[in-house]
Design a protein around this ligand. Sequence first.
Ligand code: SF4
Length: 292
Amino acid sequence: MHFTGTVYRNPYWPTWPLLEITQGCTHNRCKFCTMYKDVPFRMSPMEWIEEDLQELAQSDPDARTIQLLSANPLVLTYDRLKPILEMIHRYLPKIEDIYLAGRVSDLRNKTVDELKKLRELGMREISLGVESGDDWTLDRIHKGYHAADVLEQCHKLEEAGIAYWMTFLNGAAGRTHSLEHAIHSAEIFSQCRPLVVGTSGLTLFPGTPLLDEAARGEFDPLSEKEMLEELKTFVENLNVDCTFITHHTVAANLTGSDFLRRKAGIAAALDHVIRHGDMDRMAAFRRNKRTL
Ligand code: SF4
């Protein structure tokens, strides 16, 4: 199998088989991310993809799902994705669901009709690293699109019948804009119909522009307590039924389906942690994190 650099995959999707169809990230400019700093973007050669599928046809001939890598394989145009999906079905005829991740802007190069055809070929669920619905924050972290793009592209997915995940990056705005980040994100996410809303907390990793800015006093990161307060504000303002997933250190038990039914309980649980949680322990856990 061909894998380039460190393999990142969505842990909530079946962990195998994986198929690398692109390498690196087309954007590579988000100020909090080092995942693909040393991996220039390129599409995998079709010969590599075919070799890997031949290998999978031997090892996993009954596979029903497959996760495509790397950061944003979704960026490939319809004309490039279609033959890859067709090749997957040729070698793995029992495949039902093809999962892949991408950026909101990766959807601009595809029409709704093209998305519908990709869905028919198995692309039924994708994950979007949205991070925020607040334009100031999106600019601040160099995300490369705005809230209006989130709405436009997510509505295209809904029209095409493709389920999607949206992520909220807790802490991304720093202290000065935390409230706007939480509220505007919740407002934008609530105008969409995501299958899953996932949240993760900003960690300032070595090598990221945001860590350098924090060292120079140009970015004021939230404390653990402030992160939880921001997350609670986001939850309280989020009005969309979905599965809610949070990677916050204390919050594994807040993950589950039926968000709207559980929303008050999630907010109350966060409130309890805000008042009684061991913030030093949470900060130590975050310091030990090595990757997004
Ligand atoms: S967060 Fe995603 S889109 Fe941004 S640079 Fe990292 S891999 Fe690319």
